[in-house]
Write a protein that binds this ligand. Structure first.
Ligand code: NAP
Ligand code: MG
Length: 404
């Protein structure tokens, strides 16, 4: 069989620990035999980040702006223990944070739905994609613990010195105060990322805040979304047959629990933090959750939502067999390849991405899966496989599909 051609390289961001091992296996068994794979390689493994003073991370983000599509392996975010383990010059920042800031992007997380791994919420038939605004609010707060009686005020001083003041509260005794902010620019980027991704995946977009209580702060989010929608997206949404839907956050939560799925739920920073963990755990497994960073200009970076699976890596280093789930990392590759195919008009590459996803899901539905899934599946007598065994089983099914 002739290998499938690519025209533009993908930005390939390699990573750490067990996911780095899976990365190599996926390339060798599931990609290189079938595709004339073109990538521009960036090693975001912690050792090389340290060697380059983290320059490699910025370079990979710049390359993503140049080429438009990247695929990323999970990476270590250093903490005190990693400083000694890797003898680091500095406690380098999270690569995901660096890339997200460089691209001004929003992260969309979607569960991979498989028969036999049922969501806890029985009416969820299709995936629910969660988009979390990643700037400001309580994550960039300023707080004061009020020691006793006094007056708390909110003061804004404009560049020309003009002051705007509001009384927050007249304290009769001790208490607490918090100041939070956001910027129109960040909210606008978030809105455009969400509208673009909804169009891209042809799914309805839900957005919710508490604007009835927060009449200026949350209301500004609601207004910015609506203004951008009316000016730039209304016609496109109608043409695509999808809907933008705004409601109150408590109403959204109630509706999500009763919904069938198949939509994108955009959340403010805190709501997204809380709700993404609820939605992802209710769908079954972190190892089955994909993640894509979308910039307002339409650059895409695909990855798995889970980390480097450190515990499994230490077993691997001791020579023990591992059973690490590669599904989300495979779907990061298929997401990136399909997007590359779409942008470069390579239908064969897009078809390959579809078939690799079908083979991956088909392998699990045939009862062959890694241990994490074998523990939670409703399929009777599943066959638990090793990390490599699972990838080889997918290869077998992929080859059969490609031969059809
Ligand atoms: P983790 O790598 O997601 O793993 C936590 C646990 O979840 C694992 O020990 C394993 O449970 C289970 N798990 C996660 N993914 C799995 C998979 N693919 N297959 C099977 N089981 C899976 O999180 P962590 O251990 O907290 O973090 C490890 C490193 O990853 C840290 O250095 C962190 O900085 C980094 N991290 C990176 C990213 C990213 O790059 N996007 C995201 C999160 C964390 P059992 O041990 O019970 O089998
Ligand atoms: Mg959280």
């Amino acid at each position: 069989m002739e290998k499938i051609k690519m025209t533009t390289p993908l930005v390939e961001m390699d990573g750490d620990e067990m996911t780095r091992i899976l990365w190599k296996m996926i390339k060798e068994e599931l990609l290189l035999p079938f595709i004339d794979l073109k990538t521009e390689y960036y090693d975001l493994g912690l050792e090389y980040r340290n060697e380059t003073d983290d320059k490699v991370t910025m370079d990979s983000a710049e390359a993503t702006k140049k080429y438009g599509v990247a695929v990323k392996c999970a990476t270590i975010t250093p903490n005190a223990a990693r400083m000694t383990e890797y003898n680091l010059k500095e406690m380098w920042k999270s690569p995901n944070g660096t890339i997200r800031a460089a691209l001004d992007g929003t992260v969309f997380r979607t569960p991979i739905v498989v028969k036999g791994i049922e969501p806890c919420v029985k009416n969820w038939e299709k995936p629910i994609t969660l988009a979390r605004h990643a700037y400001g609010d309580v994550y960039k707060n300023t707080e004061i613990r009020v020691p006793g009686a006094g007056k708390a005020e909110l003061v804004f001083t404009a560049e020309d010195g003009t002051e705007t003041r509001e009384t927050i509260h007249i304290f009769e005794g001790s208490g607490i105060i918090q100041g939070i902010h956001n910027t129109d620019k960040s909210i606008e980027s978030f809105a455009r990322c969400c509208f673009n991704y909804a169009l891209d995946t042809r799914q309805d977009l839900w957005f919710a805040t508490k604007d009835t209580i927060s009449k200026k702060y949350d209301h500004r989010f609601k207004d910015i979304f609506q203004e951008i929608y009316d000016a730039e997206y209304d016609e496109k949404f109608k043409a695509a047959g999808i809907e933008y839907f705004y409601t109150l956050i408590d109403d959204a939560v109630a509706r999500v629990m009763k919904a069938k799925g198949g939509f994108i739920w955009a959340c403010k920073n805190y709501d997204g933090d809380v709700m993404s963990d609820m939605v992802s755990s209710a769908f079954g497994s972190l190892a089955m959750m994909t993640s894509v960073l979308v910039s307002p200009e339409g650059y895409y970076e695909y990855e798995a939502a889970h980390g480097t699976v450190q515990r499994h890596y230490y077993k691997h280093l001791k020579g023990e067999e591992t059973s690490t789930n590669s599904v989300a990392t495979i779907f990061a590759w298929t997401g990136a390849l399909r997007k590359r195919g779409e942008l470069d008009q390579l239908p064969e590459l897009m078809r390959f991405a579809d078939l690799l996803e079908e083979a991956t899901i088909g392998t699990i539905e045939a009862g062959k899966m890694t241990k994490d899934l074998a523990l939670i599946t409703s399929i009777p007598n599943p066959t638990p496989l090793s990390s490599e065994g699972f990838i080889l089983a997918i290869r077998e099914m992929l080859e059969a599909k490609l031969a059809e």
